[in-house]
Ligand binder design. Structure first.
Ligand code: MN
Length: 244
């Protein structure tokens, strides 16, 4: 049986519990399921990690998956918060940005999704739009719609043919879901934009000269049950984490 690599998945604070005085640290089921389906062992990382935890995780985890969630505090990419900014969690920002900055230098595989795509970018000095509809009014509506199933296709993306992402997925066009109101504007140091929506919004980046560091703005984990192409992204990630 192949070795199951240990994959850390970043979690969020969840205050929706009936016992509202007892918040939880949580990760969406589709993330843990996609990792298990691909042959990895998922491990939920709390959003309260500090500099004391980062080296411990770097030594023990085989792969890091940055999950979706809140907006990143704009001060962390040099901007003033605007009224159209969503909810932020600065404790989580600190936990993830510090871990990611150390992680990328190890060469261990990283897969970043939605907020994670934005976290990777900000960790490497890039910038975001605080709200696509307000700041890029000519763009499509990429935002989350509560009544729409997460696996539902919203728009197409065009993938750069010479990218690692195109090689992993085996294609250069792809239909994706969309549940984000922010986007990467200026890519961070070493990041290459490798996929665009039809309106020009950046939908994926990868770290140049890294064995596996891919970030996507859509939610492949929510389509992994029904799409072999989306599963192939998790399979490639877990294979790298296994050292294959
Ligand atoms: Mn989108």
């Amino acid at each position: 049986m192949p070795r199951h690599p240990l994959i850390g998945i970043t979690g969020r604070e969840d205050t929706s519990a009936r016992l509202h005085a007892a918040p939880m640290h949580a990760v969406g089921v589709t993330y843990t399921h996609a990792i298990q389906q691909a042959g990895g062992t998922p491990c939920i990382l709390p959003p309260t990690l500090t500099e004391e935890d980062w080296p411990v995780l770097i030594a023990r985890l085989d792969g890091l998956l940055l999950s979706g969630g809140e907006d990143i505090a704009p001060t962390l990419y040099g901007e003033t918060p605007q009224p159209w900014l969503g909810r932020v969690d600065e404790t989580r920002d600190h936990a993830e940005l510090g871990l990611v900055r150390l992680w990328v230098s190890t060469g261990k595989p990283l897969l970043a999704i939605c907020r994670g795509h934005q976290v990777l970018n900000v960790a490497l000095g890039g910038t975001l739009t605080q709200d696509i509809l307000t700041e890029v009014p000519e763009a499509l509506d990429h935002a989350y719609v509560p009544s729409r199933p997460m696996e539902r296709i919203v728009h197409q993306v065009t993938i750069m043919p010479d990218s690692h992402l195109a090689k992993v997925l085996g294609r250069t066009t792809l239909e994706v879901n969309s549940a984000h109101h922010q986007a990467v504007i200026q890519p961070g140091t070493g990041l290459r934009v490798v996929a665009y929506a039809p309106d020009g919004i950046n939908e994926a980046t990868e770290l140049v000269d890294h064995p596996f560091c891919i970030s996507v703005q859509w939610h492949p984990e929510a389509m992994a049950k029904t799409s072999e192409t989306m599963r192939s992204l998790f399979e490639a990630f877990v294979q790298h984490a296994r050292g294959d």
